[in-house]
Design a protein around this ligand. Structure first.
Ligand code: NAG
Ligand code: NAG
Ligand code: NAG
Length: 221
């Protein structure tokens, strides 16, 4: 069963990966659950404009801690220079966005060593200026991420769903086998030969002997 799961999960991941890779830019929603002591990527992607156009981007991140009412400016990225503005995040935030110098589409940041104090809402403000030959085009994007911090990772819905599906199919298979066996057993019983029916070993011997009458018991079938 573990082997089956090990096979299923990469298959799902592959399917996901392919859909991500086919598009040049995909606005994937950020994860919303971080584990204490680990790193966490706050995703913020804006695909509104094509990447070929020259441009510049300014990214600002804001944070509203759980229980507080106002957003506080925590991070700024401008002219390829990241600046951590809030002391709570000092030495704890790395740029995880686009590596390209022109026209940033990914403004994600990475929090190192998450604490429970990082619980709250994050706002990503994405300001892009695209430079065309005769004019500039300004576009703004805002994303919100509600982050909860947990002591231990809980499992994602996708993995739970795939596991449930796996059990359903295994139970289905076993029921089918059971039905086949009962059917087969009845058929053999009907053919007579009461004595041999007593022991399981002998029953199995009959089952393989009477393959022609009852092929159903063979798993390969
Ligand atoms: C994000 O930043 C972390 C910490 O610096 C690093 O380990 C990770 O590889 C980065 N990921 C990406 C996609 O840039
Ligand atoms: C993470 O933070 C905890 C408490 O804030 C600290 O004890 C620990 O050394 C930190 N770990 C790293 C790798 O920075
Ligand atoms: C969390 O916040 C409280 C109150 O501001 C502070 O006393 C505590 O040191 C903080 N914990 C961490 C791990 O930063």
């Amino acid at each position: 069963m573990t082997a089956l799961r090990l096979l299923l999960v990469p298959a799902l991941l592959c399917a996901l990966q392919v859909s991500l890779c086919n598009a040049a830019c995909a606005e994937v929603d950020s994860d919303t659950e971080a584990v204490v002591g680990q790193g966490f990527k706050l995703g913020c992607i804006s695909c509104k404009m094509r990447g070929e156009v020259e441009g510049s981007a300014t990214v600002d991140w804001f944070f509203r801690a759980k229980g507080e009412s106002d957003y506080v400016h925590i991070y700024n990225y401008e002219d390829e220079t990241p600046t951590i503005v809030d002391e709570r995040f000092e030495d704890r935030v790395d740029w995880n966005g686009s590596k390209k110098t022109t026209d940033i589409q990914d403004a994600s940041i990475y929090i190192l060593n998450v604490t429970f104090n990082d619980t709250g809402t994050y706002r990503c403000l994405f300001n892009r200026v695209l430079t065309y030959p005769y004019y500039e085009f300004q576009t703004k994007a805002i994303k919100y991420i509600q982050l909860s911090v947990v002591a231990k990772a809980t499992r994602g819905t996708a993995s739970i769903v795939s596991e449930v599906m796996m059990y359903v199919s295994i139970i289905g298979l076993q029921l089918w086998l059971l039905v086949e066996m009962i059917y087969c057993y009845r058929k053999i019983a009907a053919a007579g030969d009461e004595a041999l029916r007593e022991s399981a070993a002998e029953y199995l011997a009959i089952a393989s002997e009477s393959k022609d009458n009852c092929a159903g018991v063979q798993v390969a079938e």
